[in-house]
Design a protein around this ligand. Structure first.
Ligand code: NAD
Length: 481
């Protein structure tokens, strides 16, 4: 496939160069250049916010009948699907993920536009009884300019998640894409033009976090910011937004645990483990990075997890076209080295690498699929997000110990319980301190189900109807009759 050598930012309906020059986007499987992209500086962010503001002030989106706006949003998803092959191939090259995984991400991105396009006409206010002399009702109004800062692990789906909801509620959006894999987000600009959204409704810029990202988060003329990324950056973004009294949604990291009870269907659990920690090479905020196994099933799980990790065929994502037991590169050497360092630390702390723990002996940002046992809850490997294909298995004697360990980190994004006993599942799910609990299938749920963190995993919810409330403000109108 021919990939164009230079990609630009998209401001006010036009492609433009960046004030900060250009950035090389490389394939983490072999370090080769995929393409260059324009790098935005703070002045570009100013222009994008001004374009979004002008579009919002024109009232063109908010004046539209919601069903019509919803159709435009849905049509953006159709555009993405119509170009799925070129988008998936480019994504696989820039992010390192297997081509079949990239296809899943493209379909997932399109699905957000379908879902939120359909929701556009459902945002109804309510009337509040105040007696015979008054008529009182609420309406939802868009915030105005929605700023969205995106991480690299699922660049397409993360843009789609906030852009679709932002547009469906009538906001004009400014998106700061991730430096490591920004190319495919350009297709949302193409989609916006193809469906006929007005200039300024969608602005997409790649830039460095400390420069373009910080300029956007702290911009005095944004009305709302959605940030997905690390805790450290999330705190900086929320602090900058607070300086302008701008609300923030923070979707941050996790150290999520699956509790496996003695009566669990272990075949079923292994399927969840395969997706939970090795999909996207473990670079998933809601990854199953800890397994808390009851002592009755612990040894079997360790043995089977090790066999599973060893069965994965690891190599360049673009060559892995068919869904199967394959894994691609991590996003960069830096991320790979960080994960490998955490693995070394785990061994120093007394954990056992049952399999893996090292980089692959080949070019590219590859880490071996890794399984640790003899992990104790206080170890760094059990507390810190690795953001790689590394699972830690901890052994417990009973349910209360399992729940205490599951809840024993700063995070609280998701959790899981594997058991055939519904009472036990429900009881445990209620006690897990996280925004979502999976029972008997990791990643159960979908675009329809609210997603977000407890604790340092963030606040606010994305996905589901609940997320729409992030993008609107309630106005109450009280009429004296
Ligand atoms: P990151 O925090 O390094 O970067 C995220 C984004 O913030 C990037 O676009 C970056 O350029 C930008 N940024 C960096 N510094 C900034 C600043 N000072 N001001 C404004 N923006 C700035 O995170 P990452 O490494 O890209 O992503 C990995 C992290 O994201 C992991 O912790 C992962 O768990 C989390 N994540 C969470 C979710 C979720 O929905 N909860 C989803 C995906 C990823």
């Amino acid at each position: 496939m021919n990939i164009k050598p230079f990609w630009q930012n998209f401001i006010n309906g036009r492609y433009v160069d960046g004030g900060a020059g250009r950035l090389a986007v490389t394939n983490p499987a072999d370090g080769s250049l995929v393409a260059e992209i324009a790098l935005a500086d703070a002045a570009d962010i100013d222009r994008a916010v001004a374009a979004a503001r002008a579009c919002q002030k024109s009232g063109v989106l908010s004046a539209m009948r919601p069903v019509e706006l919803g159709r435009l949003v849905r049509a953006m998803g159709d555009y993405i699907l119509a170009h799925k092959d070129e988008i998936a191939a480019t994504l696989s090259l820039e992010a390192g993920k297997p081509l079949w995984e990239a296809h899943i991400e493209v379909a997932g991105a399109a699905r957000y536009f379908e879902y939120y396009g359909n929701q556009a006409e459902t945002m109804e206010g309510k009337s509040i009884p105040l007696g015979a002399k008054y008529l009182d009702f609420t309406i939802y109004e868009p915030y105005g300019v929605s700023a969205q800062i995106i991480p690299w692990n699922f660049p397409l789906e993360m843009v789609a998640r906030s852009l679709s909801a932002g547009l469906a509620t009538g906001n004009c959006c400014v998106i700061k894409t991730p430096e490591l894999d920004p190319l495919t987000s350009t297709y949302f600009a193409e989609a916006a033009m193809a469906v006929g959204l007005p200039d300024g409704a969608v602005n997409i810029l790649c830039g460095y976090g400390h420069e373009a990202g910080a300029a956007l988060a702290g911009h005095p003329d944004i009305n709302q910011v959605v940030f997905t990324g690390s805790v450290k950056t999330g705190i900086a973004v929320a602090t900058a937004a607070a300086g302008n009294v701008v609300p923030a949604v923070l979707e941050l990291g996790g150290k999520s645990a699956a509790i496996v009870m003695p009566d669990a269907d272990i075949d079923n659990f292994m399927e969840s483990l395969r997706w939970g920690i090795f999909f996207n090479a473990g670079q998933v905020c809601s990854a199953m990075s800890r397994v808390i196994a009851h002592e009755a099933v612990h040894d079997e799980i360790v043995e089977r997890a090790s066999a599973l990790a060893q069965s994965l065929d690891v190599g360049p994502g673009i060559e892995r076209t068919e869904m199967g037991a394959t894994m691609g590169a991590m996003i960069s050497d830096g991320q790979r080295d960080r994960a490998e360092g955490l693995c070394r630390g785990a061994v120093d702390d007394g954990a056992r690498a049952v399999t893996g723990g090292h980089r692959l002996n080949r070019e590219g940002s590859f880490l071996e699929p890794t399984v640790f046992d003899r992990v104790t809850p206080d170890m760094t490997i059990a507390q810190e997000e690795v953001f790689g294909p590394v699972v830690s298995i901890l052994k417990v004697k009973d349910d209360q110990e399992a729940i205490a360990i599951a809840n024993g980190t700063d995070y609280g994004l998701v959790g899981g319980v594997f058991t055939r006993d519904l009472d036990r599942a429900t009881h445990t799910a209620r006690q897990i301190r996280s925004g979502q609990v999976f029972v008997n299938e990791w990643f159960a749920g979908g675009v329809e189900t609210p997603f977000g963190g407890y604790g340092k995993s963030g606040y606010g919810r994305e996905k589901g109807r609940e997320a729409l409330l992030n993008y609107v403000q309630t106005k109450n109108i009280a009429i004296k009759m």
